[in-house]
Design a protein around this ligand. Structure first.
Ligand code: OSB
Ligand code: MG
Length: 371
């Protein structure tokens, strides 16, 4: 039996951001990402790689992802003659790391497979909802008044939950100001992207008075043990992002008491199938999950929304509309309802594909292979 994949295209794409996005890792003004297009059986499938241009959030980066796909992952995928998304992770398991590159290939196979079968991602995952409440991630701003304007704008648009990026020197003051302006009822959380140490526990404890939903990834990626110690000192629940790289590390974090909530990002954990396993594991342990984001285009954004429609996703995710980041998305834009929800895509596979003209306009590099 021969495999599904007949042709492959790997593109590097750059989309300008509407406004600079600043986190404790740095500031960006455009999003560079890698797209994978697979052709087979008369259909095509798309995958989006969430690695960023620079390896600041994780060790992966766009040019490295292209290289590892071309040199090591695609040859294995083609040789294994994969037929379904379930074949992908086993075919690639001999390569250590590179979860974002692997996840993009798995999503492309899944999209292709489901388009051929006429099944949506949401149906395939076992989604139980047709729309999900949307939160928004707000970058570090030049000043507190600027932050209040930005947050007010998102609330006017209808977003149901605000996440503030924090770092040392931009933490208590912005949180206090947002609480004062928008009230105690606003669902509010913070994300430190690993910018603190356990020695900052006294400072982080002062966040307890603001009634936050959670504090996301305060400490270093491989500080699971230290997160467990910190959790004992705070009343605000800790939520891990960077530290959870697989269902195994999720299980360790849960049993160690390092996290009460998990931000699930399929790219970070090697794909949507592993993401679903983490959802199932967390749900079985009474740990809430929500769907994170990586400034995805309309492809990855839709796939995330389909995942976020599973029953264990009980907190609003960073599943914002396309115009949160982009004036012009590659696909039909993802939009926000008047009451702050995004619609779970119902078409086959991801439920959208890039517009060919926009795709060529924003592509900076392309590599292709035919069997
Ligand atoms: O830590 O969640 C994060 C963006 C890039 C890298 C890491 C993170 C983020 C975000 C934005 O917070 C989430 C989004 O809206 O896409
Ligand atoms: Mg995060």
């Amino acid at each position: 039996m021969s495999g599904l994949i007949e042709a492959v295209e790997i593109r590097t794409v750059r989309l300008p951001l509407r406004a600079p996005f600043q986190t404790s890792n740095g500031v960006s003004t455009e999003r560079e990402f890698v797209l994978v297009r697979l052709a087979g059986g008369g259909a095509e499938g798309w995958g989006e790689c969430v690695a960023e241009r620079e390896p600041t959030y994780s060790s992966e980066h766009t040019s490295g992802a292209v290289d590892v796909m071309r040199s090591f992952l695609l040859p294995r995928l083609v040789a294994a003659e994969v037929r379904t998304a379930e074949d992908v992770a086993p075919a690639l398991s001999g390569v250590v790391g590179h979860p974002m590159a692997k996840a993009a290939l798995e999503l492309a196979v899944l999209d292709l497979e489901l388009r051929l079968r006429g099944v949506s991602l949401a149906q395939y995952f076992g989604a139980t909802r047709t729309r999900v409440p949307a939160g928004v991630s707000v970058g570090i701003q030049p000043s507190v008044p600027a932050l209040l304007d930005v947050v007010g704008g998102f609330l006017d648009e209808g977003y149901r939950r605000i996440k503030l990026k924090i770092q040392p020197g931009w933490d208590l003051e912005p949180v206090r100001a947002v609480r004062q302006r928008f009230g105690d009822e606003l669902p509010l959380q913070v994300d430190a992207n690993a910018a603190y140490d356990l020695a900052d526990a006294a400072l982080l404890r002062r966040l307890d008075e603001f009634g936050l939903l959670l504090i996301e990834q305060p400490l270093h990626h491989d500080d699971l043990y230290q997160h467990a110690r910190l959790a004992e000192l705070l009343t605000t629940p800790l939520c891990l992002d960077e530290s959870v790289v697989s269902a195994r590390s999720a299980a360790a974090a849960i049993s160690m008491g390092a996290t009460r909530i998990i931000n699930i990002k399929p790219g970070r954990v090697g794909g949507y199938l592993e993401a679903r396993r983490i959802h199932d594991l967390a749900r079985a342990h009474g740990v809430a999950v929500w769907c994170g984001g990586m400034l995805e285009s309309g492809l990855g954004r839709r796939a995330n929304i389909a995942l976020a429609a599973l029953p264990g996703f009980t907190l609003p995710g960073d599943t914002s509309a396309s115009d949160r980041f982009y004036e012009c998305d590659l696909t039909t834009p993802v939009t926000l309802d008047a009451d702050g929800h995004v619609t779970v895509p119902s078409g086959p596979g991801i439920g959208a594909a890039p517009d060919p003209d926009l795709l060529s306009k924003f592509t900076v590099d392309v590599w292709s292979y035919e069997r």
